[in-house]
Design a binder for this molecule. Structure first.
Ligand SMILES: Cc1ncc(COP(=O)(O)O)c(C=O)c1O
Length: 396
């Protein structure tokens, strides 16, 4: 067996993987058009308005409301649904901190419902047990770009009269049973932060099919103004969360690249899954049967080989990085994040329960590749697989 690079052997790969984002003349021209228009804000500009129409179309929603980022999009969505101090919202523990902090920052308390070990998506079967008289909403997270079982989530929401805010920060272009995610629930939120499948460095979007919610989302994003009202007329308190014309100009161009990039990643993910599955101890995540489009924002897989004498997860990840393959160990479950725990306590909410699946995923199993790996060629993926196989063969 060849010596691991972490022990002084030769790395499988020394060439860097593709960078992200991909951009060119189109983005340059769009930025110049925005600049030369002399109208850089969305109030009078045309780029943000066009983006709102185009993005809503992409996700098959009646309305799109652009904003500064995916975190504030979540807070605004909850606020527009009347959720605030003391209310509880159900969230998965295995997600970016914003899913929970967006609730906490407006005084609402996240109550965690564990994810399934083989999908890392919220387990709808566990929602009922987490509902209390204070529960107002569920925030399913389309983690990694894989739609959650929205049949199960919507059924639970109906049973308990709860609102649904889809955290689709990572799921541009994803669909559940043929319906794009975002407006399956009451509101859906997206991020255009640097690493996302469609991005402008930063940015966010809310989508909804509800006309009244559209007005409220617009207003909260726009300092509490009302559409058609006077400039200094503020009918409620809100934030200035407006996106700039420059961001929208770039996002509109990135959206044109998205369909072929998403198709490329989908094919690459299938190839990677097939190859990984041949390596003992490596198990690709299960894609739920109702997923008809996956954005493949990130690629997660389970390392189970430690149970059979292979390297423990964190050593495995270090060894793989040394072979020249950038791999991430995934999120720290939010039920174990001290800042989240402290804020829930300060708000008088119930202390987070143990989340066995999320904790096991983090401690023992989950490996994650970012989207640039899936944007490469089969030869790039072959290098990844060769490195994984080399590390998987090592004994602890
Ligand atoms: C699941 C999830 N929710 C929310 C966000 C927050 O989005 P942003 O970084 O644009 O605030 C992100 C990403 O960054 C995310 O991955």
């Amino acid at each position: 067996m060849s010596t691991l690079a972490i022990n002084g052997g030769t790395p499988v790969r020394t060439k860097p993987f593709l960078g992200w984002p991909v951009f060119g003349r189109e983005e340059e021209d769009a930025l110049l058009r925005a600049l030369r228009s002399g109208v850089w804000g969305s109030i009078d500009g045309t780029f943000v308005k066009e983006l709102e129409v185009e993005f809503a179309k992409l996700q098959a929603a009646r309305h799109g409301i652009a904003c500064v980022n995916g975190t504030m999009a979540l807070s605004v969505a909850l606020k527009a649904l009347g959720i605030g101090t003391g209310d509880e919202v159900i969230v998965p523990p295995y997600t970016f901190i914003a899913t929970a902090s967006a609730a906490l920052m407006i005084g609402a308390v996240p109550v965690f419902v564990d994810v399934e070990l083989d999908t890392l998506l919220i387990d709808p079967a566990q929602i009922d047990a987490a509902v209390s008289p204070r529960t107002k909403a569920i925030i399913p997270v389309h983690h990694g770009g894989s739609p959650v079982d929205m049949d199960g989530v919507m059924a639970a929401a109906r049973r308990h009269g709860l609102k649904v805010v889809e955290d689709a920060a990572q799921a541009h272009g994803a669909a559940w049973r043929g319906t794009p995610v975002g407006a399956i629930g009451d509101v859906g939120t997206f991020s255009f932060q640097s690493s996302k499948p469609v991005n402008a460095g930063e940015g966010g979007m809310m989508v909804t099919n509800d006309d009244e919610l559209d007005e409220l989302l617009w207003s909260y994003r726009n300092v509490g103004r009302r559409r058609g009202g006077e400039w200094y007329e503020h009918v409620r308190l809100g934030w200035n969360l407006r996106m700039t014309e420059f961001q929208a100009a770039v996002i509109l161009e990135q959206m044109k690249r998205m369909p072929s990039q998403q198709a490329h990643r989908t094919e690459a993910a299938a190839y990677l899954s097939g190859r990984l599955a041949e390596i003992p101890g490596c198990v690709p995540l299960r894609v739920p049967e109702g997923v008809t489009a996956h954005s493949w924002y990130t690629y997660h897989w389970r390392w189970l080989g430690a149970e059979d004498g292979g390297l423990p997860k964190k050593v495995f990840a270090d060894a793989l990085r040394a072979e020249g393959v950038p791999v991430f160990a995934g999120y720290v479950p939010l039920n174990r994040n001290q800042a989240v725990i402290d804020e829930i306590a300060r708000l008088g909410g119930p202390a987070p329960a143990a989340m066995p699946n999320a904790e096991r995923a983090e401690a023992d199993e989950i490996m994650m590749f970012s989207l640039n790996i899936l944007m490469g060629t089969h030869a790039d993926i072959d290098d990844v697989v060769e490195a994984v196989a080399k590390v998987a063969a090592a004994r602890a």
